[in-house]
Design a protein around this ligand. Structure first.
Ligand code: ATP
Length: 260
């Protein structure tokens, strides 16, 4: 479970990227965070794995207060939270398998780090992660020979090899065409359902967010202005999240959370 309690994030340039964030995300949810560019979506996601420190309030992940973690604790904590980026973050001149194996490097003893020899058990875990995303046959292919969609699957496999409880995805399909993007999100959805992994994803394509997520969080000017089920997202809600609706307020028949 992820809990934000009155979270605020002010960057060093005094930009208040998040304010009064109160959210509870249960294990196994598939959440899409939507909002205009600059609304605070990436900041919200990146506070969860402490890529950014919050300024005030409290943020808990499975009961652990994220701000209180130190040194090695942060490393261990991050292993439980996979992160997927728009740009895939792969080493394109290496093979698919080696890109997945790289995620184990911090766990290896020094001599193995030097020799680059991975234990069999790790190779099996890496291969099985590739199988989960349907690209086992590409294990020995160099990443730069793959399509964008296949590369994003390698990134997902690298994350899955760590057995995470949560996957944070920052615009995972922004570099892909809509058809390939949907194929990648089909993997996210299947993994979310089969493994009960939580998926929290920032996304600009609203129609795709509504198609894949179970819950939508609308962020506007650093605040959560909508939090509810996909079915409750009306045009009026979208207009409000995307700023074209006045700040007068918004009522939903579903009793969803709407902050004004
Ligand atoms: N490292 C940073 N230092 C200072 N200000 C930042 C930093 N990162 C983001 N901001 C500011 O914080 C606000 C929220 O940015 P954030 O990247 O979270 O928005 P976003 O909704 O993810 O936008 P986009 O959809 O364009 O990625 C913006 O005003 C942005 O300029």
């Amino acid at each position: 479970m992820i809990e934000f309690k009155n979270v605020e994030k002010i960057y060093s340039n005094n930009v208040r990227a998040l304010q009064n964030i109160n959210l509870t995300i249960n294990q196994g949810e598939f959440v899409a965070i939507i909002g205009l560019s600059g609304a605070g979506k990436s900041t919200l996601i990146r506070c969860i794995n402490r890529m950014h420190d919050i300024t005030s309030g409290q943020l808990f992940v499975n009961g652990m207060e994220v701000s209180s973690l130190k040194g090695g604790e942060i490393r261990k904590f991050r292993k439980r939270i996979g992160m997927i980026f728009q740009s895939f973050n792969l080493v394109t001149r290496m093979s698919v398998l080696n890109n997945v194996l790289v995620s184990f490097v911090p766990e290896l003893p020094f001599w193995r780090k030097l020799t680059g020899v991975f234990p069999k058990e790790y190779k099996i875990r890496a291969l099985s992660a590739l199988e989960q995303v349907g690209i086992l046959d590409k294990a020995f292919v160099r990443v730069d020979q793959l399509s964008g969609g296949q590369q994003q699957r390698v990134a997902l496999a690298r994350t899955l090899a760590q057995n995470p409880e949560i996957i944070l995805a920052d615009e995972p399909i922004a570099s892909l065409d809509p058809v390939t993007g949907r194929q990648v999100l089909n993997d996210f959805k299947r993994i979310n359902q089969e493994m009960e992994l939580s998926v929290i994803m920032n996304i600009h394509h609203v129609e795709i967010a509504l198609e894949y997520a179970n819950r939508i969080i609308g962020v506007r000017e650093g605040q959560v202005v909508f939090d509810g089920k996909v079915e409750a997202v009306t045009q009026e809600v979208l207009d409000y999240i995307y700023n074209s609706h006045s700040k007068e307020g918004l009522a939903t028949s579903e009793g969803e959370t709407v902050h004004v």
